[in-house]
Design a protein around this ligand. Sequence first.
Ligand code: TRP
Length: 478
Amino acid sequence: MTRETWATRMGFILAAVGSAVGLGNIWRFPWVTAENGGSAFLLVYLAIVVLVGVPGILGEFVIGRRSGRNPVGALRELSGSRTWGLVGMLSVLTGVALLSFYSVVGGWILRYFVESLVALGTAGPAPYFADPGSYYDGIAFTTDAVLYHVAFLVLTALIVFAGIRRGIEIGTKVMMPAILLLLVGLAVWASQQPNAAAGYEFYLSFDLATLRANFFDVLGPAAGQALFTLSLGAGTMVTYASYIGDDRSLPFDATTIAVLNTFVGVLAGLVVFPLLFSVTGEAGSSGPGALFVSIAGAFARLPAGTLIATAFFGVVTLAALSSSISMLEIPVSFLVDEFEFSRPVAVGGVAGLVVVTGSVNALRPALFGFVAGPLVDSLLTIGLIVFLLFVGWVLGVDAVDEFRRGSGSLANTLSTPWLLAVGVAIPFFLVFTLLSSLGLGGIAASLIPVSSFWLTVVMTVVLTVGAFVGLRGSRSVV
Ligand code: TRP
């Protein structure tokens, strides 16, 4: 069977941007930022996007394009070892875990969209206008949430079922400009609301003292959020890059995705935080409801609020779908490629499983919080560590070769430092992050012997030399 490729040259980048831009930017980012104290979190998060995110996307791209396969097949083929294939199975598991909570949130968004649309049709106020806080509390973890979760999942399954080319590309073309326009408009309006200044203060006052005091606490969530929003660590970018040709510049594409995606997230914060402070007077207590309480509450006060609400939730539904399909695509392409399942059977099977796992999440707020937060953070971090170690220590020089294919001279110069970063520095950092978020801060701290200058120097030298020898020698190492 010949594999599908993207319908147009732009198809791949559109789909990858579509995957990255989603509820992670608009719903999860404000929630997690609020929970971790605001501006200190933002700074760490942005640094991780640049220093880990961009090289990380490139790592997944290299694996995907080199192998032309799903994550499991890719690791197995490229290494010639079944064990790596088993390691790749982690992606399949992560894909299912992701979709199990994402589709619950997608369901909430879908509901707000449907209700806004109905209100628009009947010319009445949307039901959540009067008291957005209690409205959200009343719908979030109920049997209704289960129904909307299933509806959202069915939409996702239909798109994935129809094959990868159609739908995604068009959807993203509409979604991106629309979402930027709406968010910019709302951000301007939000800036004029009472108490907006307190929101900016919370979100943007880069206060070094707070950052120092909270650094280790925000590290895990910040890394998790950075990976989540860039769709990294679950093999999505491996899978998407497996469909592209040698003429594309991977570094250019990776940078484009990261920039666009981060822009949308930061912008969403510029809408949510002023509004959150204007509606509730503070940031921290709304939890996963932050988006709904702030924006939905504010629409009530906007001229033509119902119309704008309908447009907003409609566009966010599109953004959510172009991301959820990329989650479902991971287990589906695995079943199709590795076990020759037909697409409909694979889609039906995985969706059937997620109907169940998602419903449990939709009814259990505590479980939902765990899956959507720490569990996903850790799975993605472990996933990315695995991919990057693979790039550095198994692919080695081949990764550099793949990196350079189709890219310009600046990117060529950066390819060797990049290999060092993905083979050594970034996995090291991610392990550190993971340990501190698992509450093993003591072990984590002992990895960095800051107290001993000479030990630090020796460790750096050993790691660097080891890296050069190992990475250059490529496959012989593993
Ligand atoms: N990045 C998407 C968002 O921000 C979510 C997403 C889609 C994702 N595919 C993924 C996250 C793969 C991690 C891994 O909404």
